[in-house]
Design a protein around this ligand. Sequence first.
Ligand code: NAD
Length: 474
Amino acid sequence: MDSQTLETFLDKIFALQKRKSNELRIEPIHNRKLRIHKLREWIHVNRTAIQEAMYVDFKKHPLETDGIELLNVLAEIKNTLSHLDDWAAPKKVDAPLTMLGTRSFIQYEPRGVCLVLAPWNYPFLLCVGPMVSALAAGNTVILKPSELTPHVSAVIKRMSDEIFDPAVVSTFEGGVEVSQHLLRLPFDHIFFTGSPTVGKIVMKAAADNLASVTLELGGKSPSIITRTANLADAAERTAAAKFVNNGQTCVAPDYILIDQGIAETFIPLLIGQIEKLFTENDQAFEVSEHYCRIINDKNFLRVQGLLDEAIAQGAQVRYGGSSDRPSRFFHPTILSNLSLTSRIMKEEIFGPILPIVTYDNLGRAIAFVNDMPKPLALYIFSTSKKEQSNILQETSSGGVCINDSAIHFLHHNLPFGGVNNSGIGKSHGYYGFLAFSNEKPVLRQRKGLTTIKTFYPPYTKRSQKLMEWFLKLF
Ligand code: NAD
């Protein structure tokens, strides 16, 4: 399809969804659930096709696809189906003193036509997960999966073509030019997952139509390991969260800040855990089925560039460091002795390199984190409640795990999202439903006497007296 034809087609689908979105407002919740049920069945039937597409796109192990991509979408579906009636029901609110006589409630209305722009790193989960929330809230959705995982994107397109009316869900594959055209359309809500750089482009485009946005972005998520931490545990959880998906996880620990007195004990434990988790029987990482690849050549060169520059600036390779461009293999790599002004300590790594930075006092580690843009996640490994609460209170981040890494993403009763540079708005479960809803306040007045009449003009001596009395109450 040439770009003119594509644009005309996109405009046509948008207009179709716009009309349909008005119909969806008055639909029973049951219809929303039916759509989500259909999706659930489709995922179960097409599980192998999704696994195969993931494997072709970046050699993701089928069990990893099951465990991270499918299980989480299915859990989101189950949670949504179980609670949607409650979430969508109008919520009564109490009248304050100034509103005595009124009755009020919050009605959750669909935002309308929504756009979901997804990244490549968890290409099914991060496209279909937000779609579940959008459908639960009664919206129509246009999906734009990532062009970097073409096989998974094709599966997502097939899913929407097979089970949804295009006036409700429609998928557009393609690259940046497709996103750019979509971003010109007057969507009611845009849900974007990706880098802070593109997040800013999305927010600027949304401003032209004053579309609301949810921006799920990235950044450098630190892991602070204190002297009181259980180091074996910290090593295992860090290895799993950092090197799964080859470090291409938004909530992966980006770098470690560790007490200088324990760093040399921690590094061998971490290496041991990386080998235990990602290889079998001492096989090389190159042939391990449990270790996936960098997504494309561009990202491979980016990660290699970060490593080369860090080494040139004095970083010491404590583990790994090798790579193979044709197969986009990158060995798990641990660095120490970093220059804090090197790019690897400034930019999100999004690859299998873990810098380890030591600190001599916890206050300095906290100050280091606070000097950086607010991260998507922050991890604390410590057995001291005091240390935990100090770090929690003195830093700002999208989310926190204490004595683990990354798994808060999987907990659908917690809001997930970033703060400022790492994102705007929250998603998952009830919070995802809210992101795609307008919380409409409705106030019903009664006839006759209500407090508000006290403040009507004319402003007589009597009303002055009443006002004096009122003001004293507050
Ligand atoms: P990206 O920002 O490059 O791309 C994301 C989407 O935006 C893609 O669909 C792409 O087609 C589109 N896009 C790219 N350039 C565009 C442009 N100029 N105009 C309009 N659209 C454009 O991100 P990515 O490389 O796919 O993913 C990696 C980033 O995503 C990392 O920063 C990571 O931390 C972040 N991420 C965040 C989360 C989260 O939940 N917060 C999850 C996964 C990834």
